[in-house]
Design a protein around this ligand. Structure first.
Ligand SMILES: Cc1cc2nc3c(=O)[nH]c(=O)nc-3n(C[C@H](O)[C@H](O)[C@H](O)COP(=O)(O)OP(=O)(O)OC[C@H]3O[C@@H](n4cnc5c(N)ncnc54)[C@H](O)[C@@H]3O)c2cc1C
Length: 332
């Protein structure tokens, strides 16, 4: 049964409450399908997962392929990637999109290898070109280039996409879609891994993409030791710390914190920007911040011009000053 033009989105529901990347990708798939035709479909493996199928329909999926079986209760990369490759071979969708979560980063390359097709990791945008091919847009060469990659021959076209790249559609309870409950194939290989114990430990740490307050630091912080103070401030304010590329490259902070074209998009209610010049590659990812406070020695820095409040001062001094003030307030 060929569903040649369909766009499939892998249902990465395990992180549902932390990470709504599947819903975000579905929204983009709806856009893409308006050009290419075909259905937007989600694929879900697990046990007791039908509620997710309804959620995906409410967010744009027209069809959801569900394999719901006790055998799939515990995630197994071997079984899940085998099943995904099996389903794709059977239904032949044009495209498979996967969230660039840890789970997605594990399954997508395995599926691509099984199907001998290409995969672009960590896309920051997806488009359709004049030939109807999926243009997979991703940073490459350490973020120095933005590559536009197509898969002209092999199918499906495959890409992973970071959380926060696209905006999910508004939940629509009235949306209609088809749920296809599929039995496990008879020739599903027995898993070579035996699960002994599984423990669910949700991360207490919020994600920078979802944080209400983000404290971003740039090269103007001066050193790794001084940059660390931003973490103290973030803890007091229940905020997350972001950084610019020079900071990440200097290894003052991990790549996870990178905000910008080569990193994460953020949409906080309050963004505090310490010692950041405001290069387009950084500011492109903060356009949805509600209120920006910038601290910079240079009043003419682009970041200062973008800010709602611009403080011309030494970034370290301001950071230490706020920490002191909050601690005093807590003591009172
Ligand atoms: C393809 C490509 C992709 C890129 N992707 C990204 C990306 O994803 N994210 C990203 O951030 N960048 C990215 N960049 C790099 C980007 O172009 C800038 O170089 C970078 O954002 C600058 O970082 P910065 O503001 O920390 O440093 P600088 O531009 O060096 O700015 C430092 C600022 O600190 C101020 N300052 C200095 N000392 C103090 C002080 N004591 N107190 C207060 N202020 C002070 C200065 O006035 C200056 O405005 C990318 C570049 C390319 C080419």
């Amino acid at each position: 049964m060929k569903t040649k033009k369909d766009i499939w989105v892998f249902g990465d529901y395990r992180n549902y409450f932390q990470n709504r990347v599947t819903l975000q990708i579905l929204a983009r798939a709806v856009d893409l399908a308006s050009t290419t035709g075909g259905n937007v479909c989600a694929v879900v493996f697990g046990f007791g997962v039908e509620a997710y199928a309804a959620e995906y329909i409410a967010h744009g999926a027209q069809k959801v392929y569900v394999m719901d079986d006790p055998v799939l209760e515990s995630y197994s990369i071997e079984t899940y990637s085998w099943l995904m490759a099996w389903l794709i071979t059977k239904y032949q969708p044009e495209t498979l999109l996967v969230g660039a979560t840890r789970f997605g980063q594990e399954i997508a390359p395995r599926v691509a290898k099984k199907l001998k097709t290409g995969l672009t990791a960590d896309c920051i945008d997806l488009e359709i070109d004049e030939k109807g091919l999926l243009v997979q847009i991703a940073p490459s060469f350490g973020g120095n280039l933005i590559a536009k990659i197509v898969t002209p021959v092999q199918r499906p076209q495959m890409a992973t996409v970071r959380a926060g790249t696209f905006q999910e559609l508004v939940h629509d309870d009235t949306a209609k879609g088809e749920i296809l409950l599929l039995p496990l194939p008879k020739d599903l290989p027995k898993d070579k891994i035996r699960l002994v114990l599984s423990e669910h430990r949700p991360s207490k740490k919020q994600k920078i993409e979802d944080a209400d307050i983000v404290i971003c630091g740039g090269r103007g912080m001066g050193s790794r030791g001084k940059f660390k103070k931003l973490f103290d401030l973030a803890e007091l304010m229940n905020a997350e710390v972001g950084a610019t590329r020079p900071v990440v490259y200097s290894e003052w902070v991990s790549h996870n914190a990178l905000v910008g074209q080569a990193g994460k998009n953020i949409k906080p209610k309050i963004l505090m920007s310490f010692g950041i010049s405001g290069a387009i590659q950084h500011t492109a990812a903060i356009t949805e911040a509600d209120f920006i406070i910038a601290i910079n020695k240079n009043p003419n820095a682009t970041m200062m011009k973008m800010a709602d409040v611009a403080i011309v001062a030494d970034a370290n001094q301001v950071c230490l000053g706020i920490i002191k003030a909050i601690k005093e307030k807590i003591r009172d």
